[in-house]
Design a binder for this molecule. Structure first.
Ligand SMILES: Nc1ncnc2c1ncn2[C@@H]1O[C@H](COP(=O)(O)OP(=O)(O)OP(=O)(O)O)[C@@H](O)[C@H]1O
Ligand SMILES: [Mg+2]
Length: 270
């Protein structure tokens, strides 16, 4: 009997084509058109920045990608699989993790427990099954703790392991939020303003951790950020939105110098 030893074609669709393909995304709230025919792609391992003035639609793109909002029109495919109509938990299970513009940690829980929650969708053994299969649940718990400790080490969060998230200094809390998302072992990480409200030093630290996470974990990222220096330093490509429309796309230099982008930022007084 012939044994097939060649790897199966990647179910994720990563072998060819983009990891994420978004086309014609259109989202309305009553009379407000938050997104109007937005399209872009993200290659495996790529870092795409999405920029634009306040209210341009950046967070709305994320809310469509992770299933919080259902767009009226358009397609979103991750590794060839459609994400439209799937619940946020299902999309997380397919490998899309997210950090929030406002912190998404549970304040009373320790940093370790917040990161363990990030892995919840990866756990096979539920509570009742865990009682019946104590050994397996225990092994699983040990594996998950080890994975969480890897993230803690990567982000140098060791001193805060037992600290309730609500008591973490702001810059550290933003890093812990990144840790919670990385603990999910995503293929695609959505970062919504990861350095908002940070001072220069904290911003440089965060940039370093993002570079390290990319290098060690090889995941793709979409970065929404107002800090243009961070965007210029980290992004492979940039998409600029204004009033829910893509006004420019290209390399960081191309987009920064695009007259429509300059005008959009001057127009909003940023
Ligand atoms: N749940 C909602 N209900 C009604 N309108 C909404 C909702 N969410 C977003 N909008 C509107 O959609 C538009 C885009 O908002 P969005 O939050 O995506 O902008 P943004 O680019 O993330 O802005 P910021 O830089 O301020 O975070 C805005 O006009 C906003 O008021
Ligand atoms: Mg936003």
């Amino acid at each position: 009997m012939e044994r097939v030893s060649a790897p199966a074609p990647a179910a994720s669709g990563q072998a060819s084509g983009p990891l994420l393909a978004v086309a014609d995304l259109t989202l309305r709230f009553g009379g407000v058109t938050a997104l109007d025919g937005v399209g872009f792609t993200v290659a495996p391992g790529e870092l795409l920045a999405v920029i634009g003035p306040n209210g341009a639609g950046k967070t709305s793109v994320f809310n469509c990608l992770n299933g919080v909002y259902r767009p009226q029109r358009g397609t979103i495919e991750l590794g060839g699989q459609s994400l439209i109509g799937r619940a946020p938990a299902a999309i997380a299970g397919l490998g899309v993790a997210r950090t929030f513009q406002n912190l998404g940690l549970f304040p009373q829980l320790s940093l370790v427990d917040n990161l363990m929650l990030g892995r919840h969708h990866l756990m096979r053994t539920g509570f009742l099954a865990g009682m019946a299969w104590w050994g397996r649940a225990k092994r699983e718990e040990i594996e998950h703790r080890a994975a969480v400790e890897d993230v803690i080490e990567l982000l140098e969060l060791e001193p805060y392991r037992r600290t309730p998230a609500g008591l973490l200094p702001y810059g550290v809390a933003k890093r812990a939020e990144l840790g919670r998302a990385l603990a999910m072992e995503p293929r695609l990480l959505l970062l919504d303003e990861p350095v908002a409200g940070m001072n220069v030093e904290e911003t440089e630290d965060m940039a370093r951790y993002l570079v390290q996470a990319r290098r060690e974990l090889g995941l793709a990222m979409i970065l929404v950020e107002h800090d243009m220096r961070l965007v210029m330093d980290l992004a492979d490509r940039v998409v600029a939105l204004d009033f829910g429309v893509v006004i420019a796309a290209g390399t960081p230099d191309e987009v920064r110098d695009d007259p429509r982008v300059v005008e959009a930022y001057l127009g909003c007084g940023a």
